[in-house]
Design a protein around this ligand. Sequence first.
Ligand code: WT7
Length: 602
Amino acid sequence: MSPEEYHQLHRDAQENHEEFWAKRAQKLTWREPFLKTLQWEIPFAKWFLGGRINATENCVDRHLLTDRKHKKAIIWEGERGETRTLTYQELHEKIAGFSDLLLVSGIRAGDCVAIYMPLVPEAVVAMLACARIGATHNVIFGGFSSEGLRDRIADSSCKAVITADGGFRKGAVVELKQVVDKALENNACPSVKHVFVFKHAGNPIVMTPGRDIEWILAPAQNDRAPKGFASEHPLFVLYTSGTTGKPKGIVHGTGGYLTQVASSFEWVFAPQESDIYWCTADIGWVTGHSYGVYGPLSAGATIFMYEGAPLFPEPDRFWKMIARHGVTILYSAPTAIRMFMQQGDDWVKKHDLSSLRLLGSVGEPINPEAWHWYSRMIGGGRCPIVDTWWQTETGAIMISPVPGVTELKPGSATRPLPGICAEVENGFLVVKKPWPSMTLGILGDPERFKQTYWSQIPGAYFTGDGVVQDKDGDFWISGRVDDVLKIAGHRLGTAEIESAVANHASVAECAVVGKPDDIKGQVAVAFVLLKEGELPSPELEKSIGRCVSESLGSFARPSEIRFVSKLPKTRSGKIMRRILRDVVIFGKVSGDMSTLEDGYSP
Ligand code: WT7
């Protein structure tokens, strides 16, 4: 995009916010045109009312009418180096076949379906097959334990679970089906009628007759044309962490979501027909949804997918694959970049990365040192870096440079995209007008939605991030101002980890705070008060860690457990995390302690 075109977009958006987005929405294929652009009853926005749309038709079917029919939609590489490719036509066949199986098995529009899959093309097929029939998908990251999985399935009353026998990670098989079986044990999720199982890893599994259905990749029995669903029909729910122990089911609609995801993909990644685009995020996170699947496929791009671990079998795995497949756009995360940096430059230098033309970053602030290394070592000094700020709740990129237009500043996400009214208020990042991919709310909890996002700053969406704007108007986002941590890019609530720690039989009370970490950005430190008669020991420390792995997933394990004889509390009994943060970061307590119940010495 030329700077002139870009500035014109900004002017159009400023002049008429709704008309601007209506024009963007018209670039999609609608089954029935929308009649009203926006219905805004703070804090609930409904976009493109009256319109009927099918997300899968926009991501797949419409490309079959063009030269893209035989273009590669997905290039996949497994951990052992095997590869598969699917053209748009082949992707369509698989989606048609699987959506037919879903329908025949009684899944209907409006039902919620959990997806617990390894990063294989069938995970994308599962998402788009749900979307095709109007079933709301709920992708749950493959790193969640059976308890984490069960909570998320139960909260959204899923009618079915789509999984695989297993996946590959670090040379071992992850027993996904077994975790699903455990999550559903003792009728813990009575809403689940079926479990669809894709055979991938070949590990032995137990099929429960009547409930479990093997996903046979057969062509569709019936050729069903995609049906249009209301623009505000829930396309997916995705759980994310907040400040309480209970994760939030963030709901996204269809027409508005797709409009902004498609537009932002076009602006930020400026796709060219021959691009091989790689978003390294797992589909279990929103990045994997918006820029792993819906954004690039709606643009008719070729996506690259890798199933395994980033450093397996050697630290140059990523660079080897970029050279092998000719990846041109790489969208990754600061924590990954810092991890590769630590491995040393020689692993990178072994490979020809000249196919790359654009780099992206998301998930947390990128420190200038990592930015420069990314730019120089990976981008060869010729690739712009788009530092994209957004959230599960925003659905799509909100603040980002646009390549060829925006002057880049290492560490700054620069400016809001056209049609995004992001501002700084009291040091907080807020958004002043609704945007199309804004969440429809928290599943089953409209009060919590109002409380969390719409009660801090009157009339504005509160992001939970701190920010400063420099003299040029560029945004420098510093990170969360609430009790939400970003551990290796994973968003986790301190309260969520606390309740996992407190599940341990020996723990009386616990408080978790974040500690800065050179690679992961942040890690969790747990202060643990043991029950009467329990004594601290390295074994106990390990067993508490295991308890977190079982309750949530090993990615949530605290990096450090500190046994204490007392936790600092206010007179009303609230744990004073500020004090614990000081202890963790500065090794001492500073500031006002007058509200403490009694003295505290760590
Ligand atoms: C939080 C949202 C957006 C998809 C992945 C994360 C932090 C995200 C940036 C960035 C500084 C960033 C914020 C935000 N964050 N991108 N470019 N610069 N901080 O989605 O798990 O919902 O987390 O990630 O703190 O609030 P998420």
